[in-house]
Design a protein around this ligand. Structure first.
Ligand code: 5GP
Length: 116
């Protein structure tokens, strides 16, 4: 297990947020600092994976579920097209070490990448 992060507290309910989607293994909620008209974070409930490389190696089905939930959110909140960003490591802009997908959608500008 990785050290508890703010996302662990969101999963446990210690920090209340509105879940836009929830499955047995995944939750989604709005990013508190949106960088696109739609900017949703999709995270696994488990805190076992710090980043997407660990998740891909450890549980590829869970990674696929994150992509599937992202696709459904982009259909619900935008036109179905979306940009999916995983910052992997501090030098790539990752600040929360509980793996999360940034789902950006709705009127994206060319080159607008989270953390850049
Ligand atoms: P990273 O930089 O690790 O890829 O992305 C972390 C993201 O989490 C940032 O976009 C930041 O705005 C978001 N974030 C950090 N803390 C919270 C929080 O407590 N609530 C919500 N909704 N988003 C958060």
């Amino acid at each position: 297990m990785t050290a508890e992060t703010v996302f662990g507290k969101i999963v446990s309910g210690e920090i209340p947020v509105e879940f836009l989607a929830e499955t047995d293994r995944v939750v989604a909620f709005n990013d508190m600092h949106p960088q696109a008209p739609v900017h949703i974070l999709v995270i696994p409930k488990t805190s076992a994976y710090a980043n997407v490389a660990e998740l891909a190696a450890g549980d590829p089905d869970l990674l696929a579920e994150i992509v599937q939930v992202s696709r459904e959110l982009a259909e619900r909140f935008a036109d179905g097209d979306f940009r999916l960003i995983f910052n992997n490591g501090a030098n790539a802009g990752q600040t929360v070490f509980h793996v999360h997908a940034h789902v950006l959608a709705g009127g994206l500008e060319e080159g607008s990448l989270v953390g850049s």
